[in-house]
Design a protein around this ligand. Structure first.
Ligand code: AGP
Length: 612
């Protein structure tokens, strides 16, 4: 998704903006630009990487202590210099950076053309820039923030914007609806960004804008109101980002660092929740709402991508132990299919970023229908965390790699604690089983550390399959969602077509794919499905398929039967996803690396899909 940066204060804006844009690169983009207010309004923008923009601008800009910057993830108009942001209004009075989609831009553009406006780009953002100028020109009484407000009142869609005005060179106007914006409070300076990462090194005091907020930021003032002109009080939050989290350290990529962090991040997810004596699980964010959850007639778990895979594991574990019916939905389907939702439903929305447009739309629909809505989210202060009735932070720390890894295992950890706590409260689990599971859960981080020692072996396996065109991932039970997640990891960073399938479904179609060119990755620990999945492996081998199996350590039978195997420590089947996913993440990472792919910023993808 697009990234926005802004600075107003005493320092030179350019270096701060460029550094901030480099922090936002992980969101995915294809072009970048910067606008600086000094004696005049200077705009520099180009297709390509932020470092190219930096080299292009550093020798020709004229400084200035007010500026805005943008990384663009193309929606309207192909990646190009002219479509990059910032966009000027026709007469150069305004320049704007925008994250989001203006759905009625075509109609607005037609109207503006009739009023004599011309356009140089194909973007919806340039339409907004001209619309602001249109209102600004209506009367001398209308200042820049009023023109922004009037223009936004005509807009249908999502926006996070920062606007500079060439005729009012002492302010930045920002506004949001559907695309996040956070303002960092400094001493005589303010920082604006799409998320907190670029701000963290400058200040820990931030204000998260809410939908329909409009702010006027000057060097010595920050006033907030909404599109209806009602003043909004500043709610100042403290950032808890450690600068160290924003650095790769000794790792070649953020994704590798985040894979290796998982034992620690799962421990962070436990912290304060999984008591040492395993007596009870405390989910502080749900304390007041838990009685309602206990009586739920149904739980609906909603997410996208990897978060949807975590939701599937949640369904299995909640139904097995807490015995409440669970349904899992893709947010992008749920929001439009006219689902039946009642006030007796509990809806859990899972999102690492807390800003995924489809997931937020599903949240709003569930709330409208009166359901209790709970968030499982990784970004403190994100929209999801602020708009749900209650929630649980995953505490995985900032996840920079576009391919989600530690956030996934943190989500599954929260869902596991949630299910066990619910089962204990509903007395659908014996005290012995509860104690056994909680004790085993506490051992997962140590078992994860053992799995990470397979790195060299997994690298060697990756070497064998890096040129595959297709791949098939199979699993049963709790490991079916893990097969889906493994396939997603491979396809999104190596661009190899990969499908995850319930192993029992193989004979209903996918087995036709099997030949000696097809790597089949089978998640096959010694659980209740073991004999069945061994049969599936034999069916693949009989058709010359190449099988890579994730097996329980010491499993000599499968080790002899398959082409390659990676061992994981034994665990209760319900906890196996937290272990089995790690080698799949590592396999995808090494294959992508061997294929020369950009592991942290795979093509076409964004870290947080804040538009539909
Ligand atoms: C996962 O590796 C992908 N990057 C993607 O599927 C992601 O899980 C999805 O976009 C949902 O993001 P969220 O968890 O931030 O809502």
């Amino acid at each position: 998704m697009c990234g926005i940066i802004g600075y107003i204060g005493k320092k030179e804006a350019f270096p701060i903006i460029i550094k901030g844009l480099k922090w936002l690169e992980y969101r995915g983009y294809d072009s970048a630009g910067v606008a600086l207010l000094n004696g005049s309004l200077e705009v520099f923008k180009k297709k390509g990487k932020v470092v190219e923009l930096e080299n292009f601008v550093v020798s020709q800009h004229h400084g200035g202590s007010i500026g805005i910057g943008h990384t663009r993830w193309a929606t309207h108009g192909e990646p190009s210099d002219v479509n990059a942001h910032p966009h000027n209004s026709m007469n150069g009075i305004f320049t704007i950076v925008h994250n989001g989609i203006i759905e009625n831009y075509a109609k607005l553009k037609t109207d503006l053309i009739q009023y004599g406006f011309t356009f140089s780009s194909e973007t919806d953002t340039e339409v907004l820039a001209n619309l602001i100028e249109y209102f600004y020109n209506q009367s001398d009484e209308i200042n820049s923030e009023m023109a922004v407000q009037l223009a936004l009142s005509k807009v249908v869609g999502a926006y996070g914007i920062a606007v500079l005005c060439n005729a009012e060179k002492d302010k930045i106007v920002v506004a949001r609806k559907g695309s996040p914006l956070v303002v960092g409070l400094g001493n005589g300076e303010y920082f604006i960004a799409s998320d907190a990462a670029p701000i963290a090194e400058f200040t820990s005091q931030v204000v998260y804008l809410n939908d329909e907020d409009i702010a006027v930021i000057k060097k010595d003032s920050f006033t907030l109101k909404n599109v209806h002109n009602t003043p909004v009080s500043l709610k100042i939050s403290s950032l808890n980002l450690e600068i160290g989290e924003l650095d790769k350290g000794d790792y070649e990529h953020f994704m590798l660092k985040e894979i290796y962090e998982q034992p620690k991040t799962i421990e962070e997810t436990f912290r304060g929740r999984l008591r040492a004596d395993h007596s009870e699980i405390v989910l502080g964010g749900l304390i007041n709402i838990f009685p309602k959850i206990q009586q739920a007639e149904r739980i609906i778990i909603i997410g996208c991508g990897t978060s949807w895979h975590a939701a599937l594991i949640g369904e299995y574990i909640i139904e097995e132990f807490a015995q409440i019916p669970v349904e899992v939905e893709y947010a992008s389907e749920f929001r439009y299919r006219k689902p039946v939702i009642s006030k007796n439903d509990v809806v859990i929305l899972i999102s690492q970023s807390g800003e995924t447009a489809d997931t937020l739309a599903a949240l709003h629909l569930a709330k409208e229908k009166g359901a209790t809505v709970i968030g499982i989210c990784n970004v403190v202060g994100s929209t999801l965390s602020r708009e749900t009735d209650a929630g649980v932070y995953t505490h995985a720390g900032i996840e920079i790699g576009v391919a989600s890894t530690k956030a996934f295992t943190a989500q599954v950890t929260v869902l596991t604690m949630f299910a066990l706590k619910l089962a204990q409260a509903r007395k659908t689990i014996s005290a012995e089983d509860y104690q056994m599971l909680v004790k085993e859960l506490a051992q997962i981080p140590e078992k994860g550390r053992l799995i990470l020692q397979n790195n060299e072996k997994i690298k060697a396996i990756a070497e064998k399959y890096k040129d595959a065109i297709n791949a098939l991932y199979l699993g049963r039970g709790y490991l079916f969602p893990v097969a889906l997640e493994g396939a997603l990891k491979l396809k999104e960073i190596s661009y190899i077509h990969a499908e995850g399938y319930a192993a029992g479904e193989m004979k209903h179609g996918p087995i036709a794919l099997v030949d000696d060119n097809l790597p089949v990755i089978v998640v096959a620990p010694q659980d209740d499905y073991y004999e069945k999945i061994v049969s599936n492996i034999q069916e693949v081998k009989a058709r010359k398929g190449n099988v890579i199996a994730i097996v329980t350590e010491g499993d000599k039978v499968l080790r002899e039967m398959v082409n390659d195997s990676i061992e994981i420590p034994d665990s209760h089947p319900a906890l196996a996803p937290l272990l089995a996913v790690i080698p799949l993440q590592m396999l995808a990472y090494h294959i992508a690396l061997l294929r020369g792919c950009n592991v942290d910023q795979p093509r076409n993808l964004a870290k947080s899909v804040t538009v539909e």
